[in-house]
Design a protein around this ligand. Structure first.
Ligand SMILES: Cc1ncc(COP(=O)(O)O)c(C=O)c1O
Length: 369
């Protein structure tokens, strides 16, 4: 008997998540100097980690022989104070990815499924599949969540609606007003999970306020991460904000020490680093303007983005990705038939953006020969 005969039937059918390729792997494979490669593939922060987080990490390094605080007390306090919620309404996780998984463990199953947009963040689909939960995939309109269609798609068995806002990979967002109307219309048995991984990169007056629902009768779970605006992707730290009853259920399905000590210390410090977030936001704003102008000049179709990545249509996404990789620029080809002609590029520093654009133009020219 094979392992595949033994495993949970949801698992065998799962596709393996393909992350952006690490610089060292590409260097090894193509015989390139790692220092000459740039990675604009995983929506990381090219400004690097928050400097306050770096200092906190070096101070903590001497005590990593001790287990972390399993309850992440100080981090929960810091997040709660920053957001104006209660500490019992916050659960940190090993990246916001872990929180998506915990939601799956706690709420999904063969009779308890999800509604999501067809081009929304793929992890929702993977987590549901692992729980053998049905997935209702609703087509986007203009690469944007179609909330009316998502509302109409909800079934009695639907437990969670996932909305990534802004959405990865399309870079689009829905307005706070549209979300308010949606949240006020969903049936009582449905949890609305608003994944705000990129929210801090929006200008403050552009950030929809979903935290106002926490502690009300509305079942809203907000997910956030330190991987993007705060530049801490390598530490794996994100958090959920929800009603305390929901958070206590998620505690039951997490590991005892799900957030490491370094990540807790860095995140507490990073939360105070408004300057780093503001610099990151400005870098993204200028970088998006650069790419949009260059794409237009080159006659390339793109989806206008509000965040730190942008999708552009290039013909054959995988071929262009490979050609750019040979030029030392790692981007992301889009999976799935609907987006096979597209790639997603993370906005980097001005120098990285220029190099990326040059590699893109050369790669397209080469593929057309
Ligand atoms: C929309 C969205 N949600 C969640 C995540 C997961 O982020 P992390 O696990 O690094 O917190 C990502 C990462 O790219 C994302 O794009």
């Amino acid at each position: 008997m094979k392992y595949t005969d033994l495993c949970n039937s949801g698992v065998e059918k799962l596709m393996t998540y393909e992350p952006g390729r690490p610089i060292e792997e590409v260097a090894r494979e193509l015989g390139l100097d790692a220092d000459s490669i740039i990675k604009l593939a995983s929506n990381e922060n090219s400004l690097g980690p928050s400097p306050l987080a770096l200092t906190a990490m070096s101070q903590l390094a001497e005590s990593v022989h001790l287990y972390p605080d399993g309850g992440a007390y100080y981090l929960r306090q810091a997040i709660a104070a920053k957001l104006g919620v209660k500490a019992g309404q916050v659960l940190p996780g090993n990246g916001s990815n872990e929180l998506i998984e915990l939601l799956g463990h706690a709420f999904l199953g063969p009779d308890a499924g999800i509604v999501m947009a067809d081009m929304a963040f793929v992890v929702y689909r993977l987590v549901a599949a692992a729980e053998k939960a049905p997935v209702i995939s609703v087509p986007m309109q203009d690469y944007t969540h179609d909330l009316d269609a998502m509302l109409a798609a909800i079934e009695p068995s639907t437990k969670i609606v996932f909305i990534s806002n802004p959405n990865n990979p399309t870079g689009t967002m829905v307005s706070g007003e549209a979300l308010d109307a949606f949240i006020n219309s969903v049936p009582e048995h449905v949890i609305v999970c608003v994944d705000e991984a990129y929210i801090e990169l929006l200008a403050p007056d552009q950030q929809p306020d979903m935290l106002k629902y926490i502690g009300t009768n509305h079942k809203v779970v907000v997910l956030r991460t330190f991987s993007k605006a705060y530049g801490l992707a390598g530490l794996r730290i994100g958090y959920a904000v929800a009603d305390a009853e929901c958070i206590s259920l998620l505690h039951k399905v997490r590991q005892p020490f799900n957030v490491n000590a370094m990540a807790q210390a860095a995140a507490i410090a990073a939360l105070q680093d408004d300057e780093h977030v503001a610099r990151s936001r400005n870098m993204v704003r200028d970088g998006l303007a650069f790419f949009e102008q260059e794409f237009s000049a080159a006659g390339l179709r793109y989806v206008p983005s509000v965040t730190n990545f942008i999708m552009v249509e290039v013909g054959n996404g995988v071929k262009i990705f490979e050609a750019m990789q040979r030029r030392g620029v790692i981007i992301r080809p889009m999976a799935g038939a609907a987006l096979a002609g597209w790639v997603r590029i993370t906005v980097g520093t001005p120098e990285e953006n220029r190099r990326c654009m040059q590699a893109l133009i050369e790669s397209i020219a080469q593929e057309m020969r």
